[in-house]
Design a binder for this molecule. Structure first.
Ligand SMILES: [Zn+2]
Length: 86
C-alpha cells in the first residue's frame, strides 16, 4: 500500500469521528418499528414518514429516533429535539 493511500485512510478515520463536517441534505430510509415498517425521508430540512402519527402531527418516534442517531449531521434549525426549540 502506498503512502498516499495510507494517508487517505488515516484521514477517513479522523473524518469519521468529526461528524460536524457532514451536513445531510436528503435521504430516505426504511424504519422497522414495533408496530410495522415505515418509509421515512428527509429533504430540504423537512421530515416525512409513512406512519399515522406523522400524518396527524408531523412528528413521530421514527423521525425523532433518526434525529438522535444523526445528531449534528442534520442542520440545527430543523431539529425537533433541538434543546433550543424545546
Ligand atoms: Zn413515523
Amino acid at each position: 500500500m502506498n503512502s498516499s493511500l495510507i494517508g487517505k485512510i488515516e484521514k477517513a478515520h479522523r473524518y469519521a469521528q468529526e461528524r460536524h463536517r457532514i451536513s445531510l441534505s436528503s435521504f430516505s430510509a426504511e424504519f422497522h418499528g414495533e408496530n410495522g415498517d415505515y418509509v421515512l425521508g428527509y429533504d430540504e430540512r423537512h421530515w416525512r414518514c409513512s406512519c399515522e402519527t406523522f400524518a396527524r402531527t408531523r412528528l413521530c418516534s421514527h423521525t425523532m429516533a433518526m434525529e438522535k442517531i444523526l445528531g449534528e449531521m442534520l442542520p440545527r434549525g430543523t431539529l425537533t429535539l433541538d434543546p433550543a426549540r424545546v
